[in-house]
Design a protein around this ligand. Structure first.
Ligand code: ATP
Ligand code: MG
Length: 393
């Protein structure tokens, strides 16, 4: 038995007043994009207060559920079986066969809820529910009716045809992509930044990304790993424009002219500056990093303050308060973890000092950076001019 449609349930969007239509349209668009990759036979219909996805005759159920499960804005998806309306007796038989197929040997408590969209249907909703309830009790003698806290809600929508559903598959939640502006993710090959990008994207934000590499100190494989991570994120967010910035010359200049215990913090300030430059060019309204307070020397509160000082855009750090295990758990759930732990060096690990400053002082850092004046500006321009753009999808 195959399902004919999915009812898409969305909560947060529904409460957004007049904006509701904007959000619903964005959700419909994202659902179409997600399913379009599987088949062009899906039909996505917006109706008052609900969205239905009608399936082609043949489709891969698991793949479809997985694709819908990655669309931000969906709270639940309900697989629906649709029967022709051939009178009550046949409908009752169809519903029993639905239950036998979907919940074989059903023995729990249940409630039938009927919604009569077709007002000309001869049986009122309450009567319809009661009659179906009785028939199900006969068909499933172990089952019982509980109208207050049923273990199973069986929903029936009477339309031109009869729609039956009872399963709620948890969706990704959040808000549909494209409803909340755009931000630039600093995407490294680590565990944290993909999770950070996911969390902001989940709030409806379109994501672009920037990766700093340092050839020949970092390998092509390290870069490919970041491209792969961007592709994994793109399954949720839609295509991601990924900037790959060659950071070698800037890093070498810092290495040659600045105190080595300040390398990381100065380098991070330059990363943020370049990221912000690219962000502004593309009208991104914020930056995103995977920083987590106290995780490493460059993520003490003093270091974050010094890093932040070079930016005028807001910097979103959604994993700031998470322990590593919490970030790992999310990375596994999102599906980026296995790629993140591939053992390719990232550009920070090569130029790190043995004892980096953990409580940098802004004025000291600024004094050190003075030594780069007359050198770094040109390197900055060159890095930007030579930036490679990859569309990850
Ligand atoms: P991650 O797991 O995301 O790599 P991390 O714990 O390794 O984070 P850091 O290396 O200190 O932490 O980097 C902190 C943040 O700075 C990263 O989460 C990321 O947003 C950004 N970042 C670090 N290195 C790079 C890089 N090479 N390219 C782009 N962004 C980077
Ligand atoms: Mg890292």
């Amino acid at each position: 038995m195959t399902f004919h449609a999915f009812l898409i349930k969305y909560a947060e969007i529904a409460i957004k007043g007049k904006n509701r239509y904007v959000f619903e349209d964005a959700l419909v668009k994202q659902i179409r994009l997600a399913l379009g990759k599987i088949s062009d036979g899906f039909q996505v219909n917006k109706e008052p207060g609900r969205i239905y996805v009608y399936c082609p005759e043949e489709y891969d159920y698991e793949e479809t559920v997985a694709a819908l499960g990655r669309v931000f804005g969906i709270v639940y998806l309900c697989p629906v079986m649709i029967f022709e309306d051939q009178g009550f007796d046949q409908t009752a038989k169809d519903i029993v066969s639905y239950m036998q197929a979907v919940h074989p040997g059903f023995s729990q408590s249940f409630k039938v809820f009927t919604r009569r969209a077709k007002k000309s249907y001869p049986i009122p909703s309450m009567d319809f529910s009661a009659k179906i309830g009785e028939i199900l009790l006969t068909a499933f003698p172990q089952a019982s009716v509980d109208v207050h806290q049923p273990e199973l809600n069986l929903s029936i929508e009477i339309r031109e045809k009869i729609y039956v559903y009872s399963q709620n598959i948890t969706g990704a939640g959040g808000l549909p992509t494209g409803t909340n502006g755009k931000a630039m993710l600093l995407l490294s090959g680590g565990i944290d930044s993909p999770v950070a990008g996911y969390m902001i994207a989940k709030r409806g934000v379109v994501i672009e990304a920037v990766y700093f590499h340092a050839p020949p100190y970092t390998s092509e494989r390290a870069k490919q790993k970041v491209v792969d991570l961007a592709k994994e994120l793109a399954l949720y967010t839609g295509p991601i424009r990924l900037y790959v910035v060659n950071f070698t010359d800037i890093q070498l200049a810092i290495y040659d002219h600045c105190p080595h215990d300040e390398l990381t913090i100065i380098m991070r300030r330059y990363m943020m500056k370049i990221a912000e430059y690219l962000a502004k060019k593309d009208r991104c309204l914020g930056l995103i990093t995977g920083e987590s307070l106290g995780q490493v020397a460059s993520q003490t509160i003093q270091s974050l303050a010094v890093t932040n000082e070079v930016c005028s855009l807001p910097v979103f750090r959604p994993v700031i308060g998470f322990d590593k295990e919490e970030i790992v758990r999310r990375a596994r759930r999102i599906g980026t973890f296995d790629t993140s732990i591939l053992p390719f060096e990232d550009c920070c690990t090569i130029f790190v000092a043995k004892h980096p400053v953990t409580k940098p002082d802004l004025r000291t850092i600024q004094r050190s950076e003075k030594k780069l004046e007359g050198i770094v500006e040109e390197l900055f321009q060159k890095a930007i001019a030579e930036t490679e753009v990859i569309i990850a999808e």
